[in-house]
Write a protein that binds this ligand. Structure first.
Ligand code: ATP
Length: 459
């Protein structure tokens, strides 16, 4: 377990909201809906609503900028979700991607053995009624092609990582990359999870953001440390408070079949610490396996030593859905303002679904307010909101995490100015329309989290 060493990290603190509060807010405000709700839903499937979709785009965008566009040494790919099933034999998933499954002989509930507490069935309460654990493979499969027999059996990828390994040679050749370099990908993955609970924390369809960083074996330990810090910095850049995060090294018996060492970035969720991201040292496992199974050489020619080597790999892997859930928990706050409860999501400006809301004080001034709205749209994720009282509209924008509201009033026509209201301080300031875009940028900058340097993080 590692204290990140940041001066404001302090002891781990509880999230303000419980799970029910977040699930209810997410549905009420259009972040996340239960999938197929009109048909009674579908276990652990969720649909993202208009605000959830914007937030997901912002999360992906932030990750891609941080991991790919902002660096010289990482490039991106998008591999197929359904591909040659031999990939999953070589990767070890057919053999090893299993969870221990137990069944309650009293109510037939099937559960992950390591999720059962005190030998008690969470469905019926029976104690000690479980079958012996058996291996359950978590890959979802389908039949590809017109003949419905086993020859067409293929898998929906359970991780995006293998797409990077099987394309190692293509990318290296096409992009003329020298070690160390990374290949990154964002995309859907599928796992037939046995126990799915805690909302979007664990689902059977989810989206991953993964990067495989290929390096010289002797540099790999140093680079593992580098990526742990670098990934923590990204989480801080999203505004996640240090006291809600920790880094935990896996014990030897916990390590996946491919791993030489894994550290998880964990979050203090209301139900306890849980994994947000895994940062694994995969050694040369994957390239060696794919080389053996495909018969193709997957090596790197080192021009300095004139030798072919199999690079080692450091892999940071995180889920879009888990980041979104973490941000909702972390950002949620309740305050009392003038005797009433105010719910506010303190999301960082880069992540908030709406950056600026334009609110006309009355419907009578719609033309001027629309003009202001249109002037902001090219610059920010703007929303126009003219329903209900101004107080209710402020509360609604607070609850969805909009950092700034711009209020257009009866004076605007005369003085050419509007009021900017800040979500966190609720302070209001009058700004001339001619300076509005600059003034908004300045305020958004001041609300943007400070990112610690590598030296400020001790792990
Ligand atoms: P867990 O122990 O929670 O099952 P894992 O260690 O199997 O996760 P990895 O294979 O390391 O997960 O996947 C990397 C990341 O992908 C996780 O840290 C998480 O953010 C995300 N992820 C994995 N499985 C799921 C899932 N079923 N639902 C949502 N996100 C997931």
């Amino acid at each position: 377990m590692t204290d990140t060493g940041l001066s404001d990290s302090g002891p781990a603190s509880e999230m303000t909201a419980d799970l029910d509060t977040i699930v209810s807010l997410a549905k009420r405000r259009g972040f996340v809906f239960p999938s197929a709700e009109i048909y009674g839903g579908f276990a652990a499937s969720y649909d993202y609503g208009p605000l959830g979709v914007e937030m997901r785009r912002n999360i992906r965008e932030s990750w891609w900028r941080w991991m790919v566009q902002g660096r010289d040494d990482v490039v991106g790919i998008e591999a197929a979700i359904i591909s040659n099933p031999r990939i999953w034999v070589a990767s070890g998933h057919v053999e090893n991607f299993t969870d221990p499954l137990v069944e309650c002989t009293n109510c037939q509930a099937r559960l992950r053995a390591d999720h059962v507490e005190d030998n008690t069935c969470p469905s019926c309460g029976a104690v000690g009624k479980f079958t012996a654990p058996r291996k359950f493979n978590m890959m979802l499969s389908t039949i590809v092609g017109p003949v419905a027999d086993e020859s067409g059996r293929a898998f929906l990828r359970p991780e995006t990582a293998q797409g990077m390994f099987v394309n190692f040679d293509n990318v290296q050749t096409a992009m003329r990359k020298r070690l160390p370099f990374g290949i990154a990908q964002i995309g859907k993955s599928f796992r037939n999870e046995i126990t799915v609970k805690q909302f979007i924390f664990r689902t059977r369809e989810f989206e991953q953001m993964e990067m495989e960083y290929f390096c010289h074996p002797e540099q790999s330990m140093e680079l593992h440390t580098y990526w742990k810090k670098e990934r923590l910095r990204w989480h801080y850049s999203l505004g996640i408070r240090p006291q809600h995060l920790r880094l935990r090294d896996h014990a030897p018996e916990e390590l996946s079949h491919y791993s030489r060492g894994t550290s998880d970035v964990e979050v203090h969720y209301p139900w306890g610490w849980g994994e947000l991201e895994g940062i694994a040292h995969r050694g040369d496992y994957d390239l060696t396996q794919h080389s053996t199974h495909s018969g193709k050489k997957l090596t790197y020619f080192d021009p300095d030593t004139n030798q072919h080597i199999v690079p080692h790999v450091i892999e940071p892997a995180v889920g879009v859905d888990r980041v979104l859930l973490t941000l909702l928990f972390d950002a949620y706050a309740e305050e009392e303002v003038e005797g009433e409860k105010r719910v506010v999501l303190r999301l960082a400006p880069a992540i908030a679904p709406v950056t600026v809301a334009v609110l006309p004080l009355s419907k009578k001034i719609e033309p001027k307010a629309r003009e202001v709205f249109d002037s902001l749209r090219p610059h920010f994720r703007a929303q126009y909101d003219d329903s209900q009282s101004i107080g209710r509209r402020y509360r609604r924008q607070d609850e969805i995490g909009t950092p700034l509201c711009v209020t257009v009033d009866f004076e605007t026509e005369n003085d050419g100015a509007v009021t900017i209201r800040e979500r966190d301080s609720m302070q209001q300031v009058r700004v001339p329309l001619t300076d509005l875009v600059t003034a908004i940028h300045e305020r958004l900058d001041s609300l943007t989290p400070r990112i610690p340097t590598h030296d400020e993080i001790s792990i």
